[in-house]
Design a protein around this ligand. Structure first.
Ligand code: HXC
Length: 518
């Protein structure tokens, strides 16, 4: 090839023009807001030198712009491509706020759609780094349609490849449904926000004054709405955490999750587990202490930590292999199941099931949260989601009952009768239709009303109920659990049960899809 020829010269000139587009001035603009540039994010995310950009030279569509003007730029405000993260193929797009506010015009949307389709074809995860003013106003309906094709692609890839969104700036209007449809959403504290209608509209329609942060900041979404799953203090930490997180996941739904080298440093038998559940059934403890002693040391990656904290979800490893963990958290509202914790658990289970991640459940739950608020907002409908998700999941499912397993909650939390594969109970387990207080109040209402000293009688009956009914031995004798185990042996038992389930195979009759109560 003649490298001094016309086209080669043009090729070099275009490369130079592209480089110049990412000027220090633009970088400064981003940095001044506590944000990184689109390229800095890509460089942090991918293994050094592995990212290959495509469509760098496409230019925005200008044909139907009747209002305002569209800046001529290379790439149309988004970098797309593929590379390696921890040595594994991943596709990504990174919106560039310095070009027309990262707004999504037709060409911008086509670039994203193109790599979404490539990621699906290659069976590789896709990551969106979002920093955008939303649909490009100047391009009107073409931008809206661009969003629609992105949504359609996310839905087509759902359950086939992991899809992760990282919100690194604004994400407003209908654009929020792009991250909302993906599997996990990461946000950065103070510099990212998401809302369907912004503070101005809220003021106009409701005459309420709210700030961006109050309405849709990262903290709101990880604590109140549950839209986002993870929050970090800055972009570097967010991207580092994302890389760590990806290492738990398979690249697609026909792969098994990756195994990491296991260093043998976690004891399979650990007597410390005997001391976690307090003797007093009304005393709380942190279920994470159980998780951390059963899973490989330092392997627990909690998801949605701040949302619905009466249930704990996250990924961990057992001898280097990924598992999903769901645990009632006695430290928060006694580990009760409410609307949010049911939905949080259900969504996590469905992700694990879609991606062949075995599920380990730790159970200590007094039941569903009573009250008008919960009933009127649909605890029946939402609790049914958790029940449905557990029952529908065909991955290996093991439960360890640590303490309370009362009523419907016992059934819901992966009971054997609901398709759980193994059910173990610690000697501290209390398995019954309801807790001692409720049972005594119903069965002995008359006697208590007529008793000379009702408090004394109640205490006696509660003790009797605890000794005779609220223990794991009746369920053990009837085969509703598989084994009462020494807490110290939990890790050993669980590892061996998952090994026994390695080739679990369930035939599901063909149907279009079930009708999960949404
Ligand atoms: C075109 C846009 C834009 C947009 C921002 N810009 N949003 N251009 N279309 N949607 C441009 C600005 O004109 C500006 O250009 C540059 O990006 C930076 O924006 P600023 O406003 O200066 O930045 P900042 O003060 O940080 O505010 C960021 C912002 C604000 C909060 C995102 O720009 C904003 O409110 N934008 C509109 C958000 C919105 O409502 N989008 C539509 C959502 S509806 P210059 O040339 O001055 O640098 C939607 C529908 C999707 O997305 C439907 C899917 C079904």
């Amino acid at each position: 090839m003649d490298i001094s020829g016309k086209n080669f010269k043009a090729f070099l000139e275009r490369q130079e023009a592209l480089k110049k587009q990412y000027s220090p001035k633009q970088a400064e603009k981003q940095h001044s807001k506590g944000k990184l540039t689109a390229w800095e994010r890509i460089d942090l995310l991918f293994d050094e030198g592995t990212f290959e950009e495509i469509d760098a030279f496409v230019t925005p569509a200008t044909q139907n712009v009747e209002f305002g003007k569209v800046e001529k730029s290379y790439g149309d405000g988004v970098i797309v491509g593929h590379g390696k993260i921890n040595g594994r193929l991943v596709f990504a797009y990174s919106q560039d706020f310095t070009i027309m506010g990262g707004s999504l015009g037709l060409v911008h949307s086509k670039k994203i759609a193109k790599i979404q389709e490539m990621a699906l074809k290659m069976g590789a995860p896709i990551i969106g780094l979002l920093d955008s003013g939303g649909a490009r106003i100047q391009e009107g309906v073409a931008s809206l349609s661009g969003y629609a094709s992105i949504f359609q692609n996310i839905i087509s890839s759902s359950g086939i490849i992991p899809q992760i969104s990282v919100i690194l700036g604004p994400c407003a209007g209908g654009a929020v449904y792009s991250p909302a449809l993906t599997d996990f959403v990461f946000m950065v504290n103070q510099t990212s926000f998401m809302f369907v209608t912004g503070p101005n509209v809220v003021k106009e329609v409701l005459n309420e004054d709210v700030t961006f942060e109050e309405l849709g900041g990262a903290e709101v979404h990880v604590t109140k709405s549950g839209v986002a799953h993870m929050i970090y203090e800055d972009e570097e930490n967010t991207i580092m955490a994302l890389k760590k997180f990806l290492a738990y996941l398979p690249s697609n739904n026909v792969e098994n999750p990756p195994s990491v080298q296991y260093d043998n440093s976690t004891p399979d038998i650990n007597e410390k587990l005997r001391d976690i559940v307090p003797d007093d059934p009304n005393k709380a403890y942190d279920v994470r202490d159980v998780i951390n002693l059963v899973a490989d040391r330092n392997s627990f990656f909690e998801t949605s930590e701040l949302f619905a904290p009466s249930i704990v979800t996250g990924f961990a490893r057992l001898r280097g292999k990924t598992i999903g963990i769901i645990a009632n958290q006695p430290k928060v509202l006694a580990g009760v199941l409410d609307i949010n914790s049911s939905v949080k658990g259900a969504r996590f289970i469905r992700f694990c099931d879609a991606f062949n991640i075995p599920i380990l459940t730790f159970e200590d739950v007094p039941g569903f949260l009573p009250g008008m608020d919960q009933e009127h907002n649909g605890i029946i409908r939402h609790g049914a989601k958790l029940l449905y998700a557990y029952s529908e999941a065909t991955v290996p499912k093991i439960t360890v009952i640590l303490r309370k397993a009362y009523g419907g909650a016992f059934i819901v939390m992966n009971s054997k009768s609901l398709g759980g594969d193994f059910s173990f109970a610690w000697p501290t387990a209390e398995i019954a239709v309801m807790g001692p207080d409720g049972a005594v109040a119903i069965l002995y209402r008359k006697e208590l009303a007529e008793a000379e000293n009702p408090a004394e009688l109640k205490k006696e009956l509660v003790k009797k109920y605890r000794d005779k009914v609220a223990n794991p031995f009746i369920a053990d004798e009837l085969g509703y659990i598989d084994e009462v185990i020494d807490p110290a042996d939990t890790r050993k038992k669980v590892i061996s049960a998952f090994e026994a389930l390695r080739n679990k195979w369930v035939k599901v009759p063909s149907r279009k899809h079930g009708n999960m109560p949404l």
